[in-house]
Design a protein around this ligand. Structure first.
Ligand SMILES: Cc1cc2nc3c(=O)[nH]c(=O)nc-3n(C[C@H](O)[C@H](O)[C@H](O)COP(=O)(O)OP(=O)(O)OC[C@H]3O[C@@H](n4cnc5c(N)ncnc54)[C@H](O)[C@@H]3O)c2cc1C
Length: 272
């Protein structure tokens, strides 16, 4: 037997899902299962109840309202890649989700699950921070909105408390946004060793670095000249971890390289 015995519930509404999550200690939301089922197999997590969100179509909606792109937490990477709304409103999202793993992971994995995992090697946390996304979280006491800079709290820890559900992620819509992303990965379409997302505006850049700390590190630069970007990354005083994929020094070096490339990609996209 691969998994420890676990209760399974398949709610038909968001309210029912929240009731189930709030009513059982040790209950966990199940989205695409691409992280959760693997950590359960490895016995690194052992929830008592799985609350499967896959019947909740309202959590899969993608829409643009005014100047905001809203993505339901259960929107899959494949759905985002194929969404004309996302392609028009913030195309960098399509570019980045297309780089995640393989077809199976892209068909099952969700934007909400990627964010809620808060895995430093995931592609989306730095991108969502650079894009200045906001997260709508619902619990039995109502709904609240959390800025991306306050959402990621640590490895596998976010602002979503026990008994709560991430319902959607809002991103400023901007068809001509100058956004870029770069990552050094373990093999093609592999896990990130270091990543950087950049959004340019008013002559400067908002850069979020991934895999150099427990949560994305936000660096804001006035100007986009390479020397300004290098100086801003150096001033962030990064102290990345060392592991089998790279030493802390190597990651610090890659952070500068990825930041420069992300800004360059953003500048090229903005000029189109
Ligand atoms: C082989 C492989 C390679 C991968 N490579 C990459 C990669 O290169 N880059 C990358 O970014 N990711 C990668 N991943 C991870 C993948 O993107 C996962 O899909 C993602 O991390 C989790 O999304 P999920 O929808 O599968 O969530 P799940 O695994 O179902 O859930 C993950 C966690 O989030 C919680 N959760 C999910 N949705 C909600 C919600 N709405 N509200 C509250 N809590 C919620 C769950 O309870 C769980 O704790 C890889 C996965 C695999 C299997």
């Amino acid at each position: 037997m691969l998994l420890r015995e676990v209760e399974y519930a398949r709610p038909g509404s968001v309210e029912e899902a929240i009731r189930l999550l709030a009513g059982h200690e040790g209950a966990r939301a199940l989205a695409g299962g691409q992280t959760l089922v693997n950590v359960m197999k490895a016995r690194a997590a052992s929830p008592d109840v799985l609350v499967d969100l896959n019947r909740l179509e309202e959590l899969r909606a993608i829409s643009v309202s005014g100047d905001t792109l809203e993505l339901g937490a259960m929107a899959t990477y494949a759905q985002i890649m194929g969404s004309s709304e996302v392609q028009v409103a913030r195309p960098i999202l399509c570019v980045v989700v297309a780089q995640i793993a393989d077809v199976q992971v892209r068909n099952r994995g969700t934007i909400g699950g990627n964010a809620c995992s808060s895995d430093p090697t995931n592609h989306l946390p730095p991108l969502l921070v650079a894009l200045d996304a906001s997260f709508t979280i619902r619990g039995s006491n109502g709904e609240r909105t959390v800025a991306a800079s306050d959402f990621f709290l640590g490895v596998y820890m976010t602002a979503v408390a026990e008994g709560e559900l991430l319902v959607s992620i809002s991103i400023p819509a901007s068809a001509n946004a100058a956004d870029g992303f770069d990552a050094v990965t373990i093999g093609r379409e592999g896990t990130c060793i270091v990543s950087a997302a950049a959004c340019l505006s008013n002559g400067g850049a908002r850069i979020a670095l991934g895999c150099v700390d427990a949560v994305p590190v936000l660096v804001e630069v006035e100007g986009i000249e390479p020397d300004a970007v290098r100086a801003a990354v150096a001033a962030a005083g990064l102290d990345p971890p060392s592991d089998v994929h790279g030493s802390g020094d190597y990651r610090r070096h890659l952070a500068e390289v990825c930041a420069l490339r992300a800004v360059q990609h953003a500048n090229e996209r903005g000029a189109k």
